[in-house]
Ligand binder design. Sequence first.
Ligand code: M6R
Length: 579
Amino acid sequence: MCGIVGYIGRRDATPVLIQGLKRLEYRGYDSFGIATVGSAIEVYKKNGRISDGEAGVVGLRGCTGIGHTRWATHGEPSDLNAHPHTDCSGRIAVVHNGVIENYGELKRQLAGRGHTFRSETDTEVIAHLIEEHYDGDLLAAVNATLPLLRGSYAVLAIAEDTPQIVAARDASPLVLGVGDAEIFAASDMTPLLEYTERVIFLEDGDVADLAPGRYTVYHGGQTVERPIELINWCVEDTRKGGFAHYMLKEIYEQPQSFYETIRAGIDEHVRQMVMEADEITLVACGTSYHTALAFKYLAEPLCNIPVRVEMGSEFKYFTPPLRGLAIAVSQSGETADTIAALKMAKARNCPTLAITNMQGSTVTRVADETLLMRAGPEIGVAATKSYTAQLAALMEIVNLRCEGAFDDVLSHAHLAIGDVLLQDINEAVALCSKAEHVFFVGRGAFYPVSMEGALKMKEISYVHAEGYAAGELKHGPFALLTPETPVVAVCTPGPTYGVMASNIKEMKARKAPVIALGVAGDTELAEIVDIFIPIPNTHLLVQVLTASVVLQLLAYHTACALQRDVDKPRNLAKSVTVE
Ligand code: M6R
């Protein structure tokens, strides 16, 4: 949560920072702010979205600056709680992503020594601690401050009259961009794409001293060399490209991102790891948890391997006995709970694999091996193309364990995904946008597909939705079925078709309107439901993909019909870096 950005070089820092913050806004968007080193430290910070408040930054001068876009943890969203935070004298400014767990105690001590606090944030203590150690040497003051902090941080600090940024990370991401006589710092690569493809992923415990065109990285007080890596994304990927929302663009990019992920294949180390496993445990959160669960429903029957799926947030406190390969699935690679679970699996000597979209992210550093998805930057808060790219990576694993039995299915799946993008779902959208509650049901692999359909619906349209294994509905939730409660059921040919059809009839008997996703030409199913949405009659692996894409579109268009802020749903952030 929260995005930070820094710039030092020859350009006017303000537009670089604002543009960078807009790219990071998916990480949090309740307030924003920047500080530049002009003749003094100049700060502008504002509650609300960047697009609503950016006019206020006009007049901030200097070629050195830092910025922040916030997802509030300590203190409500407000002008005062927005970052940057300054010391008592206003000579030092900091932005911070993470949580300072001992800020209460530090704040009491600092207040006792005469410091005046203006915000309710944990971050402000950092500015005051740096102030206490500052005698003109910012690097030394930051170095003296960091050991006093408990928790997680990516911090950027500036001081007046000094063309310098000191950057530090511990358990929160921070990337440097190396340009021509200019250096950038950011929570992820997206703000850098416009300016450079050369990046350095800082490690936990690193402190970097940034000056125009020069940087030095320290670890444990010693200078260290960190490799410069090349970014495999381009700036066009971060633009809306004529679509009304990033989410719609990203839904439409799925044939390509799925295909690219399949095409990239699995490298030899990962292959070996997967083939040697006699049991697999996946850890993930949110949408990534749903892809992991879909993997279980596919891999256990198709490859006959036991698969356990654990929520990252539960794993830490209720760690199961672990055997075999542990896989962390995370679009961002920065989800705190998933990282913690991955570390625990590693500590228990499991071989570990990260499936992520983010080159250089924390999970790639923790896991023994990485399988990189090729979804490109996903800006909409709701996961769409990263979901199907995760499925691509996981289906590749299924295929590998099945000795390539699904080579043909997977290499053509993107075509079927492309077909369903054109599916007419207007009637279903009209029904869902009038509803207060919607149920999504399916069996087998369509159970996690239904959970994901419900998650998409609730997070962007705010219509209450539940994803259920179809057979569970009559063990309680049936009490909620009324003519105003649509049920979206995925029912395709296979061993559960008959029982799904019976379930649908039971729902109809309670007068719930049923929207069914079934294979094209299934007139029998079409006759018993209110709205029938056909998906291509293909292999189960492909049906999982196409049904998911239809449910993404259903959520998207329902949210649009209800005039929701599709790309930035309330209270959310894309990357959940706190527990
Ligand atoms: O980056 P991750 O995949 O680890 O994120 C996990 C969840 O926060 C994420 O999947 C979230 O549920 C989706 N953005 C919802 O659409």
